[in-house]
Design a protein around this ligand. Structure first.
Ligand code: FES
Length: 161
């Protein structure tokens, strides 16, 4: 049984009300909701897959591609917006060549836009792999990402040695 089948099988009842909870649980377990998972949910709830897709894409809590190795949560809340978070978003977009699903062209980074990270006093803020970084500028962001890339290259070198 696949993880998605297990999630579906664990439900006492399969009604329309289960659609969003099922998608949430699948995303929690798998990190995203795949086409195949939507197909399984549609089959279990006896509804067209287009309807499952329509509901899933309506809510921006769902992701449809796996997360990259590094997750950047970019705050676009009011305090961060006032402190030029849009410029940071544009910079990330350019540097990482972000695709529509928020993943970088090389698949190593995922950028997720969030409403407020609860750290408004250090706006503009991102959370990179769970760590907060505030008072950011494009230059500081580059230094941060350069650091991640250097660490990765070193880890790669150690693995190869
Ligand atoms: S608005 Fe960005 S941390 Fe609150």
């Amino acid at each position: 049984m696949t993880p998605v089948e297990e999630i579906i099988a664990a439900r006492d009842e399969l009604t329309l009300e289960q659609l969003i909870p099922l998608l949430q649980e699948i995303q929690e377990r798998e990190g995203f909701v795949s086409q195949a998972a939507m197909g399984s949910v549609a089959e279990a709830l006896e509804m067209p897959v287009s309807r499952v897709y329509g509901v899933a894409t309506f809510y921006n809590q769902f992701r449809f591609a796996p997360l990259g190795a590094h997750v950047i949560e970019l705050c676009r809340g009011t305090a961060c917006h006032v402190k030029q978070s849009l410029a940071l978003a544009q910079h990330l977009n350019r540097r990482l060549k972000l695709r529509d699903d928020g993943n970088s062209a090389d698949g190593r980074f995922t950028v997720i836009t969030v409403a407020c990270l609860g750290a408004c006093s250090i706006a503009p803020v991102i959370r990179l792999d769970g760590e907060f970084y505030g008072h950011l500028t494009a230059e500081k962001l580059d230094t941060l990402l350069d650091g991640v890339e250097t660490q990765e290259a070193e880890a790669e070198g150690e693995r190869a040695a």
